[in-house]
Design a protein. Structure first.
Length: 219
């Protein structure tokens, strides 16, 4: 018997159940099938404006552009204004690879980061208004390493992909990928990495990017 089996067996003994009871199995099956939503607080019912406010509150920077084609120029501006190297690594996301990067002086790298990249660019699966959080799914299009290894993480978010709360992200995942087909990893990122573990002094970049810049796309 594995440690997991021992723990579950102990829970069943404490509850005086076997786990084979028809009503209990039916309740579990119904919950897995229907994915009921819980109570959503008022802030979780906000939209893009709430997302912008909460993202900035979490120490992210944010800019807005009207069209996806403006992303290269906006990334170049952000790097220049912050005196950062004109290099960017991105994944295979066709929404990014098809952009006119040649119209900028940026040096573009492709694929996962090996830890030597200073700047990474991703496309978010969704933005969460309630907390200003980014939902990022793993895969070749947007490698998870870009979320955590570069010093500076830039993320494109489409206005239509901003939802009110985390529960709606999971609803979108089920709708987009289908049952049992979710990406291997779903990361929730709120602001740049930070820690106050050492002498209660807030330090940015402790466990990931020290800067998070969000590019909100759409009119």
């Amino acid at each position: 018997m594995s440690a997991r089996d021992e723990i579950l067996a102990g829970v069943r003994r404490a509850l005086h159940v076997s786990g084979a009871e028809t009503p209990r199995q039916a309740a579990v099956a119904d919950r897995l099938t229907s994915s009921p939503r819980g109570v959503i607080p008022a802030r979780g019912q906000g939209g893009v404006e709430t997302f912008k406010q909460e993202a900035v509150r979490a120490a992210a920077s944010l800019s807005e552009i009207a069209a996806l084609e403006q992303v290269p120029a906006e990334i170049a501006r952000y790097l220049r204004d912050n005196n950062l190297p004109a290099t960017v690594r991105l994944g295979a996301d066709p929404r990014l690879t098809a952009l006119p990067w040649g119209e900028t002086t940026l040096e573009i790298g492709h694929g996962p980061s090996d830890g030597s990249d200073l700047n990474g660019l991703s496309v978010a699966f969704a933005g969460i208004a309630e907390t200003g959080t980014l939902a990022l799914v793993s895969g070749a299009d947007n490698p998870t390493t870009l979320n955590f290894l570069p010093d500076n993480h830039m993320v494109v978010v489409f206005r239509q992909d901003v939802v009110g709360d985390m529960e709606r992200v999971f609803s979108r995942l089920r709708a987009v990928y289908g049952a049992g087909q979710a990406p291997r990893t779903l990361n929730f990122v709120t602001g740049p990495s930070r820690s106050a573990d050492i002498e209660q002094t807030l330090l940015f970049g402790a466990h990931g990017p020290r800067r998070l810049h969000i590019v909100l796309v759409g009119g």
